[in-house]
Design a protein around this ligand. Structure first.
Ligand SMILES: *Cc1c(COP(=O)(O)O)cnc(C)c1O
Length: 358
């Protein structure tokens, strides 16, 4: 840890492209992707489809656009989409499913963000003509705001099979699906095989500067290509972005276990700190969410104090803070972050009340 360095644990999106990625960007072969003529984008799409064992894939500028594109492809206005209450699609995507897609979210609360089929099935609307009809189930794996939790694969198969029997489609917000696969020791093709569509991010733990992929059947991806254009995501010489994406896809997954180890160390260190509420046994991947209520500070004040000590996180709500490990933070950074939190919390308890802001 260099002295003036900031330990940025706000998200795994903050990683900067490596020298190898920069080189690949400079040297990328490009063409107009709206004419399907960008060879680097075409290679990235072919490789993503191959890795997921699907017919086709589509490069999109963000996970939000990837999710929206799939949602628009799967639904009509007036239909309902079952999703988990803390899901990204419901909380962090500008209500795009309603604002753009005209569909109504039907959120259900699940422990650790992991929905069971039983919970999903109870939210399906009866086939009564005056009722909005359920069209789609959205699953998030890993679950971001539930602290990077992972679905057991058997549960995913059950949800997909039973949903299909009920005439519903199933979309996976797999922004961090490679983290889930790493945790389970399984491959992404297997975990995701029963979903009608999958979105995953290149720009998070895998380390690319920009972009997500949607994978599915050829017919589905062709529909998504039109929808992507409709929502303004048709890109031109996008090979300069696909080139680092290819490196992220090939090399990123192999090192995610390091992020998970660092998250565990972070969680265990934080859990030992007075006034920090956290069960490290629940930390499965690279996301650590902890409760700071007992420090007497709000999450934003806690984070402002932490930022003065050059460690960054984000608030989840007024009582909870999130930290995420990634390829730009090492073991020593994590140790430093723990030491800083311990020192900081200790210093509050020695200070008279009300003097913190000075
Ligand atoms: C980050 C994220 C997204 C959206 O990705 P952006 O590229 O930031 O639009 C969607 N779902 C989940 C679970 C995420 O963590």
């Amino acid at each position: 840890m260099m002295d003036d360095r900031i330990i940025d644990l706000r998200s795994d999106t903050v990683t900067k492209p490596s020298a190898e990625m920069r080189r690949a960007m400079a040297e990328a072969e490009v063409g107009d992707d709206v004419f399907l003529e960008d060879p680097t984008v075409n290679r990235l799409q072919a490789r993503a489809a191959q890795i997921f064992g699907r017919e086709a894939a589509l490069f999109v500028p963000s996970g939000t656009m990837g999710n929206l594109t799939c949602l628009l492809a799967h639904t009509r206005p007036g239909q309902e989409v079952i999703c988990e209450q803390k899901s990204h699609i419901y909380n962090m995507e500008m209500a795009s499913m309603s604002a753009v897609g005209g569909v109504l979210p039907r959120p259900i609360a699940a422990e650790d963000g992991i929905m069971t089929w039983e919970q999903v099935s109870r939210a399906i609307r009866p086939k009564v003509y005056s009722r909005a009809q359920t069209a789609l189930v959205c699953v998030e794996n890993t679950h971001n705001l539930a602290g990077g939790s992972v679905y057991p694969s058997e549960l995913l198969y059950e949800i997909c099979d039973r949903a299909h029997e009920a005439g519903l489609l199933v979309h996976l917000d797999g922004s961090r699906i490679f983290n889930a696969a790493t945790y389970l020791g399984e491959d992404v093709a297997g975990i995701t095989k029963k979903f009608d569509s999958v979105q995953f991010c290149l720009s998070k733990g895998l380390g690319a500067p920009v972009g997500s992929m949607v994978v599915g059947s050829r017919a589905f991806i062709e529909r998504c290509r039109s929808i992507r254009k409709m929502v303004g995501g048709g890109m031109r010489q996008a090979g300069v972005l696909a080139a680092p994406g290819l490196i992220a896809l090939e090399k990123g997954p192999q090192r995610l276990h390091i992020d998970h180890e660092n998250a565990k160390i972070l969680a265990e260190g934080l859990a030992k700190t007075p006034c920090i509420g956290l069960n490290p046994a629940k930390v499965q991947t690279n996301i650590v969410i902890f409760d700071i209520r007992e420090t007497g500070l709000s999450a934003s004040d806690f984070l402002a104090e932490l930022a003065r000590r050059k460690v960054l996180g984000v608030p989840v709500d007024s009582d909870k803070v999130r930290m995420v490990t990634h390829l730009d933070v090492g073991r020593s950074d994590v140790d430093y972050a723990v030491a800083v939190v311990q020192e900081m919390v200790g210093s509050f308890s020695r200070r008279p009340a009300g003097t913190l802001a000075s």
